[in-house]
Design a protein around this ligand. Structure first.
Ligand SMILES: [Zn+2]
Ligand SMILES: [Zn+2]
Length: 185
């Protein structure tokens, strides 16, 4: 199995062979055997609030290891979400497609992920370096800190998944809070 580490924009990651196999199997079941032999899944411990990223040019998926603390279901959902990006891009070839457009949604459904939220962020505990913008979920009280503010309204992903099948839900809209005071990073 091909493990692409150096050619990615994210730098080094730790191979996740079991997840690569899982993703590969899922691709085979939807008739994408050739793609299934090329993909790799890595963990990247330097990711902050981003849950996962897909790199179609390298057939690579990079996941945030913090996902594990949310349980296998979250790992699986994020992996399938990113896998759907690879599938959509693979099928589109050189044609440009919207990141979360109809091609991606179709791939999500085929991969067994219906009503997937268009969100890549995780609520993480406040123990990282100060971020300039902080948000809190009004439901579970998780906080999300960002380098840049959200451009559009964003809702808490786990709560949307738990209570609204992964769809955006106003009840879980992340509210801006004062930047948490930190002593030493
Ligand atoms: Zn996405
Ligand atoms: Zn929440």
């Amino acid at each position: 199995m091909q493990i692409l580490v150096q050619s990615t924009k994210t730098g080094k990651g730790t191979p996740a062979p079991e997840l690569t196999l899982f993703a590969s199997d899922r691709l085979s079941t939807i008739g994408l055997g050739p793609l299934s032999e090329k993909i790799s899944v890595l963990w990247n411990a330097r990711m902050r609030s981003t849950a996962g990223l897909a790199y179609p040019a390298s057939n690579l998926i990079v996941l945030n290891p913090k996902l594990s603390s949310f349980g296998w279901r979250e790992v699986e959902r994020t992996l399938l979400h990113e896998l759907a990006h690879l599938v959509a891009s693979h099928r589109a070839g050189r044609r440009r497609i919207a990141p979360h457009g109809p091609e991606w949604r179709k791939a999500c459904v085929e991969l067994g992920l219906s009503n997937e939220a268009r969100c890549h962020d995780l609520p993480l505990p406040r123990r990282e370096l100060p971020r300039a913008h902080a948000y809190r979920c009004p439901n579970c009280q998780s906080t999300i800190e960002r380098v840049r503010p959200f451009r559009r309204a964003a809702a808490c992903l786990p709560c949307c998944r738990k209570f609204n099948q992964g769809n955006y839900d106003e009840r879980f809209k992340l509210a801006r809070i004062a930047q948490p005071k930190k002593n030493a990073a």
